[in-house]
Design a protein around this ligand. Structure first.
Ligand SMILES: Nc1ncnc2c1ncn2[C@@H]1O[C@H](COP(=O)(O)OP(=O)(O)OP(=O)(O)O)[C@@H](O)[C@H]1O
Length: 288
């Protein structure tokens, strides 16, 4: 479980300083250059299951720029979750070819923990419980680890609690969520909301949400979508995996991809979802 804790990726802004004028121009130039490179560039990514040697990803290509919202849809078993898990470095899979560049760095060389610290967050389809660890302990520990890495002072219990309360309100969750052990006894929908709370607390350059909408009632879905919309800025991006139109209407992805047989078979906009709902995946994939 420790591994999946460390997969959660914090993102904080650097401490505010008053840069010297020349440094300021250099920073502006660097920021402009930074915003020009894609946030994520995946080229011909191939991966297999370690245990069985079965190839699941068969040449995935995908580019995500800052501020974009991408959705991946596709038939059951087409490789969507595998793709997400390979991006965060899940040990069940081995990359056999291709490349992934995240924020200009070779993501595949980084350990899962380092990917998290670089600003990659993933919510899992079935979030696990962590018996004996309360949500507030876990969140504050993860948040402080990130602050420490950035050279910022750790938040003490009082400051930490008020920070967590602020984020709790953002995701419209009850305060008792903080006292409960991570996901222990949570309903399916509560676990999904808890994933969004983690994202709100830790932040991310790229958040990957795997079926965050499954099992949510209509109000919870609206809350989750509204929280995600508040977390998104022109500087961060979202990659969501879903089977349903409802969350797409709420989050309005700029790009919709269809995965088929371990590849992105087709890319379009929201209007492609109408075709998928009318004709199914076979016809849409066959158009490529
Ligand atoms: N760790 C694993 N062990 C065995 N098989 C696996 C493993 N991971 C993925 N697979 C297999 O790889 C294929 C792709 O699985 P994946 O979960 O990526 O599909 P998906 O597109 O996310 O499906 P769904 O829409 O049903 O969630 C499936 O046939 C699945 O059984």
């Amino acid at each position: 479980m420790a591994a999946s804790l460390s997969l959660q990726l914090p993102f904080l802004s650097s401490p505010t300083t008053k840069p010297h004028t020349h440094r300021k121009f250099a920073c502006v130039a660097a920021a402009a250059a930074k915003s020009e490179i894609p946030l994520l560039q995946v080229n011909d990514l191939r991966a297999k299951i370690v245990e069985s040697n079965v190839e699941i990803l068969r040449g995935v290509n995908l580019t995500i720029n800052r501020g974009e919202i991408h959705a991946i849809m596709g038939k059951n078993g087409s490789g969507k979750s595998t793709f997400a898990k390979v991006l965060v470095g899940h040990p069940d899979y081995e990359v056999t070819g291709g490349s992934v560049v995240f924020k200009g760095e070779n993501l595949l060389e980084l350990e899962p923990e380092e990917r998290a610290l670089e600003g990659l967050f993933m919510s899992f389809q079935s979030p696990v419980a962590i018996p004996g660890v309360s949500n507030d302990q876990f969140l504050l520990m993860a948040y402080n680890a990130r602050r420490k890495k950035l050279g910022l002072p750790e938040l003490g219990p009082l400051e930490g609690f008020s920070y967590l309360m602020e984020k709790l309100q953002l995701v419209n969750m009850k305060p008792d969520f903080l006292n409960r052990n991570v996901n222990e006894g949570f309903s399916g929908g509560e676990r999904k909301r808890n994933e969004i709370l983690q994202l709100a607390v830790l932040g991310a350059d790229l958040a990957i949400l795997d079926e965050i909408d499954s099992g949510l009632d209509v109000d919870a879905l609206r809350d989750v979508a509204s929280a995600v919309n508040k977390i998104l800025t022109p500087e961060n991006s979202l990659l969501m995996i879903t089977h349903y139109r409802r969350i797409l209407d709420l989050l309005k992805p700029s790009h919709v991809h269809v995965m088929d047989n371990g590849k992105i078979a087709r890319t379009g906009d929201l209007s492609m979802v109408d075709a998928i709902e009318a004709d199914g995946y076979e016809l849409v994939s066959a158009l490529t």
